[in-house]
Design a binder for this molecule. Structure first.
Ligand code: GDP
Length: 444
């Protein structure tokens, strides 16, 4: 999965600090040396790394901490905050025109995922009840128009095309007019890419830009290409004033360099992240969630948002609160598991759960596959209502009963309960450390 090696390296650096009652200057220096290496190996721009380390050190050395927190935890929190800042701090939203339609121009090198992303973005907009029009301005790549039409058809979004014998500038202009006449409130223009940045391409993009005056110019970059992606972004930005970046292929084993460098090198925020080939695999980019994902703190918010899609926000917030305060019961656990099944690849889901990234290694004996989930479910269903909400009631004889009832062995039951306890404890730990207002009790 994305960032896996960066993530596990950072986690091992911090696990050394976490248990310490007092973190000395040399502890911080040692840790930061390792963090620095980990970031460089993840292909993060070296100047970005340097600034990052300086900032973290400034805050971490000489830190005074209240009794309820170990300094190690606070260092992790500082790193978490700085990683978040590095990726833009808060979520950068899509611009909206004062008067519709909002015009979004897509740009990027060939193969970055531009056409695919155009379709995905339309799908996201449709989810918010918008009516996007897709405009096919890539007349050079042989199958690009067809590809856009197929994508459009698959989500019932209209695609405006004039074939490949008309200039892209004219297509863009007519496309915009078409949108106005047909009540489309968003226009997404798929432009041509090249294998490398060249003048002819830039000239054409500039002309399209001048004609449609886009509210957004989104550069699509392939996260797998690391610092190359950042260089591409820099060049495009100089020539075309981008308003945002879309990172694609974050489902691959990208090292993280692009995600962590692009904002500080170009000043352009990452607005969306694509994590797969499917049309619904584009998500708004949340720096704070990505940071905690990298640090192995899970990405509960994304997970819950996914799991609760279609359920009201209050309920999602309640679930999140429960997870954070460790009021999480076996009932919630089952609930979540049912949702998880609908979500897709378990590997991705596991990465989003707090602590799971790290636990994955140690969990080989409890391999997560569908069959296993079925067994876990059976065990939980054999518990009484009381036991589910107060797992501490599960003494030996109750466990034996649950085992018998579910056809599982007592070892399996014990293991599940232990896991559940660990999970609750971890949630509690993370929540006290990562409260919405940051580390409470700092210097208090
Ligand atoms: P374009 O030349 O920039 O328009 O690129 P395309 O949209 O045709 O995409 C190039 C290839 O990348 C296609 O095979 C896509 O399916 C694939 N692709 C695009 N986005 C993603 C992504 O987020 N994850 C993965 N795994 N593949 C992607």
């Amino acid at each position: 999965a994305a960032f896996e090696s960066l993530s596990s390296r950072l986690q091992s650096v911090f696990s050394k600090l976490k248990g310490k009652g007092k973190v000395t200057e040399s502890d911080v220096n040692d840790a930061m040396r390792e963090v620095r290496l980990a970031l460089l190996e993840a292909d993060v721009n070296f100047k970005v790394v340097k600034d990052f380390i300086t900032k973290v050190k400034e805050q971490a050395i000489g830190l005074e901490v209240s009794k309820s927190f170990t300094p190690g935890m606070v260092v992790v929190d500082i790193v978490n905050k700085e990683l978040t800042e590095l990726m833009g701090g808060t979520q950068a939203k899509l611009a909206k025109a004062n008067k519709p339609p909002t015009v979004i121009m897509m740009a990027g090198l060939q193969g970055a995922g531009k056409t695919t992303t155009t379709g995905k973005l339309a799908k996201l907009l449709q989810k918010d009840n918008h009516k996007p029009l897709l405009v096919a301005c890539d007349i050079y790549r042989p199958a690009a128009i067809k590809q856009l039409q197929v994508l459009g058809d698959s989500i019932a979004a209209p695609v405006f095309s004039m074939g490949d014998q008309v200039s892209p500038v004219q297509i863009a202009e007519e496309g915009l007019r078409h949108a106005k006449e047909n009540g489309n409130d968003y226009v997404i223009i798929d432009t041509a890419g090249r294998l490398h940045i060249d003048e002819a391409l830039m000239e054409e993009l500039k002309q399209i830009h001048a004609v449609v005056k886009p509210d957004e110019v989104l550069l699509v970059v392939d996260a797998m290409t690391g610092q190359d992606a950042v260089n591409v972004a820099k060049s495009f930005h100089e020539l075309l004033e981008l308003t945002g970046v879309v990172l694609t292929k974050l489902d691959g084993d990208t090292r993280g360099g692009a995600a962590l460098s692009v904002k500080s090198v170009t000043g352009c925020p990452i607005k969306f992240a694509a994590m797969g080939e499917k049309i619904d695999s584009l998500e708004p980019f949340h720096p704070e969630r990505m940071a905690s994902r990298i640090l192995g703190m899970g990405d509960m918010l994304s997970l819950i948002e996914k799991a609760q899609a279609g359920i009201d926000a209050d309920k999602a917030a309640e679930m999140e609160r429960k997870m954070r305060t460790a009021e999480f019961t076996f009932d919630d656990f089952l609930d979540q598991m049912e949702q998880v099944r609908k979500l897709g690849p378990l590997d991705q889901i596991m990465d989003m759960l707090p602590g799971m990234g790290k636990m994955k290694g140690g969990m080989k004996d409890l391999k997560v596959d569908e069959k296993q989930l079925g067994r876990v479910e059976a065990i939980v269903r054999s518990m009484t209502k009381e036991e589910k909400s107060r797992p501490e009631l599960l003494n030996h004889s109750r466990r034996k009963r649950v085992a018998a009832g579910s056809g599982a062995t007592i070892v399996e039951v014990n293991r599940l309960i232990k896991q559940f306890d660990d999970m609750r404890r971890m949630m509690k730990q993370f929540s006290s450390m990562m409260g919405p207002k940051g580390p409470k009790g700092l210097k208090g």
